[in-house]
Design a protein around this ligand. Structure first.
Ligand code: GDP
Length: 447
């Protein structure tokens, strides 16, 4: 996420952070690099200019020269500036206090509206809010079927009518349906359109006037860079938007456009899309994103993701199994599934401060592929073999190799690795986890 910007800035910040004294040249060098990095990451030049000016002003403060770690302070100042730009009082979804609340999703084609409609419904359902999805993109041929599939796969309620070719009628019908069935939210997908297409914009204005939504949200693809600002301005002028959802922040996006759009339009970012799956969707947290932009990682998100996946009883049982040497392939599979649920290894590592993804690149994909192979191998074992790794003799290993499409050498390697890992975990835990506690206190984790 925000990779271009964060890779550059993390280089600069790491260099500065350990320096005790910064002279005028260091500061100017820092500001020049920041300016370039922000511009290259598609932050609008006016925004960059005002950011640089306000950082410069702060360095004139006498407190700055007294600071023990001025490099760190400069980075903190920049981070605070980004947080200030990205923070809004209106980042929560607006809810009607009488009727069903309506959310109209608008944007250009391919921005991710249909996917986002399903994600938002999935998110609200998880909060026990009864939500109706409305398939109202009647222009893109596959859009209705795409939303029906997303709804069916994720048990989301949906209204569609392929016989009606009038999006205003569909919108009206959906409102009646939601009020008759006491839905708390109605999420209306709309056809993608260019802000320059007057006819289509007029249609959208009519829909908006009919629906009178609490939220009219522009879905913006973070990959499109600077043009996103023009699109946001234009949709906002014509429709009166209430907020933004920025999608595809998992890709190699020039995340700076998010900063520019917010600064230019004053609209709040309500959510972000971080993948194609329905649960790859988060509330927008300015501090977390600012840390990521600056390459400071996002341990808070990582901790939350991990705690969602950790079942504490299971964790306790697992410790007992490790200590008593009965950790088996079922347990390993469980662990790998928990990690997988947190996202790709790349997205997990990305949240750890100071880790340079570019340098880890090939190792990461090696590990991901090893995990996949391990999974194929375990899938090819019988339940008895999974519970008793010691019975894996030559003929069993050969059968597993054939079943999993791996070579018998690979199967041997994976089993050896499993045995080594098991030994290592046991030595970490020691008796009742004492060694692990010592290790945590020392902070000297092995690679
Ligand atoms: P629409 O034309 O605005 O309705 O766009 P779609 O919802 O069909 O999305 C266009 C493409 O972007 C699809 O292939 C989606 O799977 C993909 N997409 C949407 N949101 C995200 C996201 O947050 N991350 C990634 N990687 N892909 C996304």
């Amino acid at each position: 996420m925000f990779e271009n910007l964060s890779a550059k800035l993390s280089q600069i910040t790491r260099k500065l952070i350990n320096q005790r004294r910064l002279n005028e040249n260091d500061i100017n060098d820092f500001l020049r690099q920041i300016r370039m990095a922000l511009l290259e990451a598609d932050v609008n030049f006016k925004v960059v200019k005002s950011l640089i000016e306000s950082i410069k002003n702060e360095t004139h403060d006498p407190e700055f020269s007294k600071s023990l770690n001025p490099g760190y302070l400069l980075v903190e100042i920049l981070k605070q500036q980004l947080i200030t730009i990205l923070t809004s009082d209106n980042s929560e979804l607006v809810k009607s206090n009488k009727n069903c609340s309506k959310i109209l999703l608008v944007g250009i084609q391919g921005s991710g509206k249909t996917t986002t409609a399903a994600k938002l419904s999935f998110y609200l359902n998880k909060l026990n809010q009864k939500t109706l999805l409305v398939a109202n993109d009647l222009v893109r041929p596959a859009a209705i079927d795409q939303l029906i599939k997303l709804a069916n796969d994720n048990e989301l309620d949906i209204y569609y009518d392929k016989k009606i070719n009038d999006s205003i009628k569909i919108a009206e019908n959906s409102l009646k349906l939601s009020s008759d069935n006491q839905y708390q939210w109605t999420i209306i997908d709309t056809a993608g359109r260019s802000q320059l297409d007057d006819e289509m914009m007029k249609e959208l204005i009519t829909i908006k006037n009919k629906v009178n939504p609490e939220e009219c949200i522009l879905v913006v693809d973070s990959m499109i860079g600077q043009t996103a600002v023009d699109i946001a301005n234009s949709f906002n002028e014509k429709l009166g938007l209430t907020g933004l959802i920025i999608t595809k922040l998992d890709g190699d996006s020039k995340g700076g456009s998010a900063v520019s759009i917010v600064k230019e339009t004053g609209l709040p970012i309500k959510f972000i899309g971080t993948g194609e799956k329905v649960d790859e969707f988060d509330k927008f947290y300015p501090d977390r994103i600012s840390s990521r932009i600056l390459g400071m990682g996002d341990l808070q998100t990582l901790a939350e993701k991990a705690s969602e996946q950790i079942d504490h009883q299971k964790a306790e049982d697992l410790t007992k199994k490790i200590v008593s040497d009965s950790f088996d392939f079922n347990d390993l599979l469980d662990q790998m599934n928990s990690i997988k649920k947190m996202g790709s290894l790349e997205s997990i590592i990305n949240m750890i401060p100071g880790v340079n993804l570019n340098q880890m690149g090939s190792k990461l994909s090696e590990n991901e592929s090893k995990m996949n192979k391990m999974k194929y191998m375990i899938d090819s074992m019988t339940p008895i073999e999974r519970r008793n790794p010691n019975i894996l003799n030559v003929s069993r290993r050969k059968r597993i190799a054939t079943g999993s499409g791996l070579t018998h050498i690979e199967v041997n390697q994976l089993i050896n690795q499993f045995n080594q890992t098991k030994k290592m975990m046991k030595s970490f835990y020691g008796k009742n986890g004492r060694n692990l506690n010592k290790l945590i206190k020392s902070g000297n984790f092995p690679n």
